[in-house]
Structure formats: C-alpha cells, structure tokens
Write a protein that binds this ligand. Structure first.
Ligand SMILES: *Cc1c(COP(=O)(O)O)cnc(C)c1O
Length: 480
C-alpha cells in the first residue's frame, strides 16, 4: 500500500487551530511589512531581482509555511512596491481599502467560481446586485446587465465583441475586413489589441483627432464616421474614453452619443479610469452622457481602491450578452422546461472566474460609495493643486492642467524624463511614470492615494527637480 498523501495542507476540521495559526502568521507578516515600509520601493534592479528568485530550487520544498514566508520576504516582499506610500505616484495602481482585502481572504479561502449558480449560490446574486447597482449609477436603464471581468482590457474586448456581433446582425454577410472601430488618438491600446483578437484588419481602428484638452473632437469624429460609410465600410463601434490614461481627458460624451445615434453605431465608453467619478456626487456630472452608452467599462481596481482584479462591463441591453453565450452539456445546458438557471458564464468570456465582486460588496457595505467618492474627490483636488504648484514652478514645467488625477510635467532645464525616473526608482524614495507627448518624453504622476497631501507631492517634486539637476550637472562634469 502506498503512503497516504500529507493532508494537513488542506483545511480539515481536525486541524482548524493550525489553519487559523497559519493565517494569523500571514496577517502578522503582512502587517509587519506594511508598517516596516518606509519608502515606496527599495530600487532593486531587474538583474538582482531575477538572481534572488532564480536560485530557488522549486523541486526542494521547504515544508514549512514560516520558512516559506521568510523566503518570500527575501525574494519579493522586502522589495515590494508600496502603493499606500505617498512617494508612489506612478501607474494606475491604487492603495487598497481594508474591507476589500478582508473580502479577498474569503474569495480565496472559500474559492467559489462564478461561472455557474451551483458553484456560487448567493455569490451569483452578489455579483448581479452589484452589476445592477453599477448600471444604475451609470444610468443605463431597466434592461441593463453586465458581468465582472479581470480588468479593463477584458471589459473592452467583450464590449467590442458584442458590438461586432450586433453589426453582423444589422449587416448580414458583413466581412471583417470592412469593420471599423473609431476611437480617439488617446484611447487605450487595448482597443487595438481587441480589434486584432476579433479578427479585424490591422488598420481597422480609426484614430480621431483630439482638441487642446486631448478630448475626442466631435467634428473630427463626424468626418471619420462619414468617410467610413462613404467608403462602404461599417463603423462597428465608437470607443469614447472617460479618463484617458495619460491626461485623464473625458471625451465629450453627449456629442459622441449623438453621432453614434445618427450613424447607428455602438457606443462603448471606456471608463476604466474615470469610472470612480460615479462614486462622487460632486464629480459625477463630468460623466454626463455616459448613460447613453451601449456598454461601459469600469475598473474597480483603479479608482475604486480595490485589489487587482476587479472590473466590470455593463451593457444597456441585456439581450446583447447572448453573443458570448455558449452552451456546454456539462456546465450550463439548455433546459427543456422551466427557466434557465442563473449562470453567470452565459454572460462572460471567462469560465472559471474569481468572486471579485465580493470585494466591492464589502467595500460598499462597510464604507459606502460616498466614502469612495470622497477619496476620488481628494485625489482629483490634489492633482489640481499640484497643477497650480507646477504652473509657476521654477524648475519643473507642466504639460497641461490636470483633468482627473494625473499630472504630466518635466524638468525645465531638460533632464531626460526616463533617466530622471530611473534614478528615482534606484533611490526608492519616489516613483513616477513617464510618457510620450507629441514625440517628447515627459514625466507623469498618477495620484491615487487618498492619504497623500500636497506636502507629500511637493517633496516628491523636489526630489524630481533635484535628480534632474544632479543628472545635468554630472553630464556637464563629464563633458568638461
Ligand atoms: C487601465 C486602462 C485600461 C486597461 O485596464 P486593465 O484593468 O489594466 O486591463 C483600459 N482603458 C483605460 C482608459 C485604462 O486606463
């Protein structure tokens, strides 16, 4: 007889105390790491980070959670990037709210899958209630529906898939080579990758010019749509962005919606970033027109302070979701009598799917949307104040007035953005992003920390200015 497998790595009622001990040890380790983090990063280089990880022999398990936690600390946690540190202001990655982290414990500990009712029970309705609530905030009307996804990339893909299928219905026999997707030049690159995945031509995405605030220009959109139709092609969807990744620009949704109506085109609003405004009474009016969309992407893991992943796609007309429905005999077969069971897989591109909705649920039940909204207001206000500060800063130059919570700027005397950024990372005290604007490299802050104050950002900017100066001085010293 073979030896039985060691079962203490699974939950068993007989080992409940050990289970709780292990979990508590994890919480202690996490809290210790959070408390011990005094700067946003340690500046570990890719080479050093790789060396630490690669030398671990995965065929020699440690057999002990505490040892594995200690090792995990050495190879990763000790050098982790801390999004709650006010020195972090790089990407759209947010500090996370406690109710959501608490929910994560249950998402993993219970491990339901949201594909079928019989694997999730109440979870199906937690998700549905949140989808309806989100669609209600957007204002999509009584026939709305949607589903949680892994992120904005997937939400956008699913939206464009639905749009493609609707276009096929309206234009029987429509060839993929004739399909066009229209988006501003500032739209997220997932629009391009979606088009490619959907079998559209490489030049299927038509870029529309933006105005001086980098918002889609409605006149340019009208011209683009008219040209597409005149060429005998079909504008399958217009993607309006509510909060561009670089400048936080919100496309003029009412005008865009009007044009979509005239051309019979699906309107998808990518509010991956700007979706947080839905939580704020004060800022919600900036999204006016979003209620006229056919589909909307909202990333809760950006401006709703949720752990990755947590995103949703909501649609105006629930019947459109059938375009992703596939019946598998072993999972969600068509029932011959009675009503179809409430299977979320019928609306999703994913099959097995995390119960990410529980995080948002706990957030709303503990804090409520108004508190989330106050966080969003804080970072938007902060960005405006930082913009004011940079508008007449002696050493730094502002690219444009902040519209959401990003700030694009550079070193006035011309220290290269990427080098400044790399030096800041190496020092570990300040993390900023960089981007290209009209062919030139600029630095970018993405402010998503509700606990960050103007003084924190001022200190961060001082470091940027100082690194830029040092860089130029060193270059001069080398040159002379
Ligand atoms: C972040 C972002 C995306 C992509 O979302 P992920 O969650 O990263 O997949 C799409 N659109 C916009 C405007 C974004 O800011």
């Amino acid at each position: 007889m073979s030896t039985p497998p060691p079962l203490h790595h699974l939950f068993h009622p007989a080992h409940a105390a050990a289970y709780a001990d292990a979990m508590h040890a994890g919480v202690d380790r996490l809290t210790e790491a959070l408390v011990g983090a005094t700067r946003p990063a340690t500046g570990r280089s890719p080479e050093a980070a790789e060396r630490l990880v690669r030398r671990i022999d995965l065929d020699r398990p440690l057999g002990d959670a505490n040892e594995a936690l200690a090792e995990m600390g050495r190879i990763w946690l000790d050098d982790a990037v801390w999004f709650h540190d006010p020195g972090y202001a790089a990407h759209l990655n947010c500090p996370v709210v406690l109710p959501a982290v608490l929910a994560e414990l249950f998402v993993s500990g219970v491990n339901p899958s949201l594909d079928t009712f019989d694997q999730s029970v109440g979870g199906t309705f937690v998700e549905r209630h949140l989808v309806d609530w989100t669609a209600g905030r957007v204002g999509l009307g009584p026939d709305a529906d949607g589903v949680f996804t892994s992120g904005g990339t997937q939400s956008n893909l699913q939206a464009l898939l639905l749009a493609r299928e609707v276009a096929r219905e309206h234009h029987p026999g429509l060839d993929a080579g004739r399909m066009r997707i229209v988006a501003s030049q500032e739209a997220h690159f997932s629009v391009q990758t979606s088009a490619r995945l959907l079998g559209l031509d490489d030049d299927a995405v038509v870029g529309v010019a933006t105005d001086h605030h980098r918002r889609m220009d409605p006149d340019a959109l009208a011209t683009a749509l008219a040209r597409i139709v005149a060429a005998g092609d079909v504008p399958v969807a217009v993607v309006a962005t509510a909060g561009t990744t670089d400048f936080g620009a919100i496309d003029p949704l009412p005008a865009v919606a009007g044009l979509c109506r005239s051309f019979g085109t699906w309107l998808h609003v990518d509010a991956a970033y700007g979706g947080g405004l839905l939580a704020s009474q004060r800022l919600r009016p900036r999204l006016a027109g979003i209620e006229r969309a056919d589909s909307v992407t909202v990333d809760f893991h950006k401006t709703w302070f949720q752990p990755v992943s947590c995103s949703a796609l909501v649609v105006r007309d629930r019947r459109r979701l059938r375009h992703v429905t596939w019946r598998a005999d072993y999972l969600n077969p068509r029932v011959s009598h009675g009503t179809q069971p409430p299977h979320q897989v019928d609306k999703s591109l994913q099959t097995t799917r995390r119960f990410d909705a529980l995080k948002l649920w706990m957030t709303l039940r503990v804090m409520g949307a108004d508190v989330v909204g106050s966080y969003v207001e804080h970072v938007v206000d902060l960005a405006r104040e930082v913009g004011d500060l940079l508008a007449d800063h002696p050493d730094l130059e502002l690219a444009a007035r902040p519209q959401l919570s990003t700030v694009v700027f550079r070193h006035r005397r011309g220290a290269p953005a990427d080098e400044v950024r790399a030096r800041l990372y190496d020092g570990g005290t300040a993390l900023v992003a960089a981007t290209t604007v009209d062919g030139e490299r600029w630095l970018k802050l993405t402010l998503l920390n509700p606990a960050a104050e103007l003084g924190d950002v001022r200190r961060l900017l001082d470091r940027v200015a100082a690194e830029g100066d040092d860089l130029l001085d060193e270059d001069e010293a080398v040159a002379s």
